[in-house]
Unconditional design. Structure first.
Length: 349
């Protein structure tokens, strides 16, 4: 009789876990840093008047202001998207009352999700850091690196290795992260059988794509999704096209366009995965617009576009939010960027 009860309980638990896995959608959040509507428009015309974003069935608009500051930075906006609270510029994962916040990545982990972070910046840069760090300054890279080493993220890819190994406290976090296999090439990443992998793409900040940054972001997305798909568990993955923003700060349109094209390819890869696998939502947005880009001339037939920047900083323009997959309809409308976190959290539950 006891054996029958035990078997019955096991089957009940197995059924519940299976149902959770089937009903909890995978979430792929893609952030084009500094990617406002003008950057998207310019990028679209430059690659043949088409973009992977045309696949998306739902479009919304997010307000980007920080707490008591009209123009946000990537730390405050990253915190709003990742943690659902407005905060001061420069602050990561801490609200205006000095309370530590739980990110959507961390919440997903509590619900049994696998997690991954990919960026074309250093992995301790503001946007990726918003998903695992709680610090009062985005510039505290060594503190942020320590928090990543303790975060239990399954896969991470980005630059910034020096913040883990050349430290004021003399610690070598790479050696301390014994649960991880650390790799330095895409081939090694793909071949690794480890359940936790760290891939440092640069010792500091990665180069521009036009200067030879490799691997391309879409290849990294495909490789990471291939690994996540074999684990038979729901996952949360954040992918940042970091250097669209840097092109805006430099007021270099060609820089913006090349980085957007790579990000667009990564979006296409994510959508292809969602179509093939099902039960996957892809959300694409920006933390803010950078450069105040105005498009003034162009030739659609020749795939050319030119424009003018009004600032080397950020602007307060709303940014688009695109959603594809289960739950996508909830991302329509106009709302604060903090709502992106809240909408994702509903999907995880």
């Amino acid at each position: 009789m006891k054996k029958l009860v035990f078997v019955g309980l096991f089957l009940f638990q197995f059924t519940a876990l299976t149902a959770q896995d089937q009903n909890s959608p995978n979430i792929i959040l893609m952030i084009g840093d500094g990617m406002g509507l003008s950057q998207i428009t310019a990028g679209m015309y430059s690659i043949g008047n088409t973009t992977a974003l045309e696949e998306f069935e739902t479009i919304g608009l997010a307000k980007t202001h920080a707490h008591e500051q009209f123009v946000t930075d990537s730390a405050a906006s990253g915190t709003a998207i990742a943690c659902g609270e407005k905060t001061y510029n420069g602050v990561l994962g801490i609200d205006p009352k000095n309370q530590y916040l739980e990110s959507i990545l961390e919440y997903s982990q509590t619900q049994g999700y696998l997690t991954a972070l990919l960026a074309t910046s250093s992995i301790v840069h503001a946007t990726p850091a918003a998903f695992y760090a709680n610090v009062d300054s985005r510039k505290k890279y060594q503190d942020i690196a320590l928090q990543l080493s303790e975060s239990n993220v399954d896969y991470f890819i980005g630059g910034g290795r020096k913040h883990f190994v050349t430290r004021d406290d003399k610690r070598n976090l790479v050696k301390e992260m014994s649960a991880y296999e650390m790799v330095n090439t895409l081939n090694k990443f793909e071949k690794s059988q480890s359940k936790k992998i760290g891939f440092f793409t640069d010792d500091d900040e990665p180069k521009r794509l036009s200067e030879g940054r490799y691997p391309d972001l879409d290849k990294l997305v495909v490789a990471t999704l291939d690994k996540l798909a074999t684990r038979k568990k729901p996952f949360f993955m954040m992918v940042e096209g970091s250097q669209i923003d840097w092109g805006g700060h430099a007021n270099e349109l060609n820089y913006v366009l090349s980085e957007f094209e790579e990000f667009n390819n990564a979006i296409a890869a994510a959508v292809a995965f969602a179509k093939k696998q099902g039960n996957t939502i892809v959300i694409v947005t920006a933390d803010h617009e950078t450069g105040g880009l105005s498009l003034l001339k162009g030739d659609v037939a020749r795939n050319t576009v030119s424009g003018r920047f009004s600032t080397e900083g950020h602007t307060a323009a709303m940014v688009p939010v695109f959603a594809f997959g289960p739950g996508a309809s909830s991302f329509s409308g106009i709302y604060e960027n903090t709502s992106i976190f809240k909408k994702m959290k509903v999907l995880v539950q």
